[in-house]
Design a protein around this ligand. Structure first.
Ligand code: ATR
Length: 271
């Protein structure tokens, strides 16, 4: 049977095996999907052994997305611009393609599942780390009216805007200098992981605005609660997680699984 896995450190918490097993059942695909642990400096040896044993593909989670970027034989455009790889796929010629499905997973969750539009809208992304870098190109491809990156450390947001200037018109600032009235705010900062929210002014949220947090949990995140109090529609990142998995599954198997039933199942388990 074709073998796949997710690699990370830690890896116990990963929902990817549950998601891909559900996709396989739903689409009638025969495959096995497991979890791989590697020491922080041990990515290459574990992945060498996995593919030497005949595996067909691998998902990569923290802290190995840069290792996977270097490991891949060829890169998709979105992986190259993201500077990170979350999916490796064995090609017919024996080479390993490195792709990044995080951005497409986010965009499909926002556009198809939540039904929020990006095209022509004023978009704000909070944070300037790997999570932001991984999603800028797919977001720009949706042609927002403008895309502003704001970060606690303004210089990092400015650097990122500069790095992506060939792909669209970007502006950047610190958290305290964000203009007012955004239609869609995406929190890609790590603030939620420590139970905080990025400190931004209320006027940043436009009338009828939407707020998306890339992290998820059983409860709404601090950022979601803050935005909901201001009248915004809110969503967490569970749909992005299932969306990136669906894009990886499609890359490997050529079949598009349905996201909704799997998302509902996971939501039920989180509660
Ligand atoms: P990731 O790869 O998940 O994006 P990262 O590269 O460590 O992780 O980046 C974390 C991002 O979250 C950074 O933009 C960081 O801001 P700084 O560049 O100023 O460090 C942001 N961040 C972390 N904690 C935050 C907090 N409490 N409030 C606002 N932003 C925060």
């Amino acid at each position: 049977m074709d073998r796949y896995a997710v690699i990370g450190n830690p890896i116990k918490q990963s929902l990817s095996p549950v998601i891909h097993t559900a996709f396989a059942q739903q689409t009638g695909q025969q495959l096995e999907y497991g979890k791989l642990f590697a020491e922080v400096d041990g990515f290459k040896d574990v992945v060498d052994a996995f593919f030497a044993a005949g595996a067909k593909g691998l998902n990569i989670t923290a802290p190995f997305k840069l290792d996977a970027f270097e490991y891949a034989d060829t890169l998709s455009e979105r992986a190259r611009t993201a500077g990170a790889v979350n999916t490796l796929a064995l090609q017919g010629d024996g080479r390993l393609l490195g792709d990044n499905t995080d951005g497409p997973g986010l965009v499909s969750d926002i556009r198809n599942h939540l039904g929020w539009s990006i095209k022509g809208k004023k978009l704000l992304v909070l944070g300037a780390g790997g999570a932001t870098r991984g999603t800028l190109l797919p977001l720009l491809k949706e042609q927002p009216a403008l895309l502003h990156i704001a970060n606690r450390t303004a210089a990092k947001a400015e650097q990122l805007a500069d790095d992506f200037s060939a792909h669209g018109s970007l502006t950047a600032s610190g958290l305290e200098d964000i203009p007012a009235g955004f239609d869609l705010i995406i929190n890609a900062s790590a603030a939620g992981l420590s139970g905080e929210r990025p400190q931004i002014a209320e006027v940043v949220v436009g009338q009828g605005g939407c707020a998306y947090d890339m992290v998820y949990g059983a409860e709404p995140t601090p950022f979601m609660r803050w935005a909901a109090d201001l009248g915004a529609q809110t969503a967490d990142g569970l749909g992005m997680l299932v969306g990136q998995a669906a894009e990886a599954f499609y890359l490997w198997r050529g079949v598009r699984p349905q996201v909704e039933p799997v998302l509902e199942m996971l939501r039920g388990e989180l509660r």
